[in-house]
Design a protein around this ligand. Structure first.
Ligand SMILES: Nc1ncnc2c1ncn2[C@@H]1O[C@H](COP(=O)(O)OP(=O)(O)O)[C@@H](O)[C@H]1O
Ligand SMILES: [Mg+2]
Length: 193
C-alpha cells in the first residue's frame, strides 16, 4: 500500500450517470475455453444493445494484451495479474454506467471471484460460454489448438493448463447446442428485464 494517498470523491455518482444514460452500469463476464464463442457472442450483444440505445463497451482478452497488459504472459501468475487489472478496469467502466462486456478465458475460479468482488456482485454477471475442448479444437478460429498440440504454446488452457468451470454462473451458454442468435437472446433477457 502506498502512503499519502487519499480518495478524492466527485459529486456525480454512478446512480446519476445511470439515470442520464437510461441504463444500469454492469459487467457481463464471459468465461470459457478459447474458441468457445466469448468474443463472437460479445460482438453481437454489443450490436443489439447499440440498436436499443444502450451504451456498452467490450473488453477482450487479446485486445488488452496489445496495450494495458502487454507486459504479461500466460503463466498462472501473469494470468492472475491480467484478470486483476481487467477486473479493476471493468469496475471503472461499470461505475461509469456502461454495460461492460468482458471476454476472457479467465480459467481460475479465484480470479473470477476477485473480479466479482472488485466490481460488486450486484453488478457482475458471470456467463459461462460452454463448449468442450474437442469442439473448440475443431473450430480453432485462431489456429491455436493446432499449435498447442504440437507443443508450440505453453500453458494453453484445456491442453496444458487447467480450466475451472464456474460453479454458480448467472448464465450458461452451451454453444454446442445454442446458435449465436439464441445465445444473444439469452444474454439480452438476462440484463434487459
Ligand atoms: N453456437 C456458436 N456460438 C458462438 N460461436 C460459434 C458457435 N458455433 C460456432 N462458433 C464459432 O466458434 C468460434 C468462436 O470463436 P471466438 O468467439 O473467437 O471464441 P473465444 O472468444 O471464446 O476464444 C467462431 O469462429 C464462431 O464462428
Ligand atoms: Mg476471444
Amino acid at each position: 500500500m502506498v502512503d499519502n494517498i487519499k480518495w478524492h470523491s466527485g459529486e456525480i455518482n454512478k446512480a446519476a450517470r445511470e439515470e442520464l444514460l437510461g441504463q444500469k452500469g454492469l459487467v457481463l463476464w464471459f468465461t470459457g475455453l478459447s474458441g468457445s464463442g466469448k468474443s463472437t457472442i460479445a460482438v453481437e450483444v454489443e450490436k443489439e444493445l447499440f440498436k436499443r440505445g444502450k451504451v456498452s463497451y467490450r473488453l477482450d482478452g487479446d485486445n488488452l494484451r496489445f496495450g494495458l497488459n502487454k507486459d504479461l504472459g500466460f503463466t498462472a501468475q501473469d494470468r492472475e495479474e491480467n484478470i486483476r487489472r481487467i477486473g479493476e478496469v471493468a469496475a471503472l467502466f461499470a461505475d461509469a454506467g456502461l454495460i461492460t462486456l468482458a471476454s476472457f478465458i479467465s480459467p481460475y475460479r479465484a480470479g473470477r471471484e476477485a473480479a466479482r468482488q472488485a466490481i460488486g456482485s450486484e453488478n457482475f454477471k458471470e456467463i459461462y460460454v460452454k463448449a468442450d475442448v474437442e469442439t473448440c479444437a475443431e473450430r480453432d478460429p485462431k489456429g491455436l489448438y493446432a499449435k498447442a498440440k504440437k507443443g508450440e504454446i505453453e500453458n494453453f488452457t484445456g491442453i496444458s493448463a487447467p480450466y475451472e468451470e464456474p460453479e454458480n454462473p448467472e448464465l450458461i451458454l452451451d454453444t454446442q447446442r445454442l446458435n449465436l442468435e439464441e445465445s444473444v437472446e439469452l444474454v439480452l433477457k438476462l440484463i434487459l428485464k
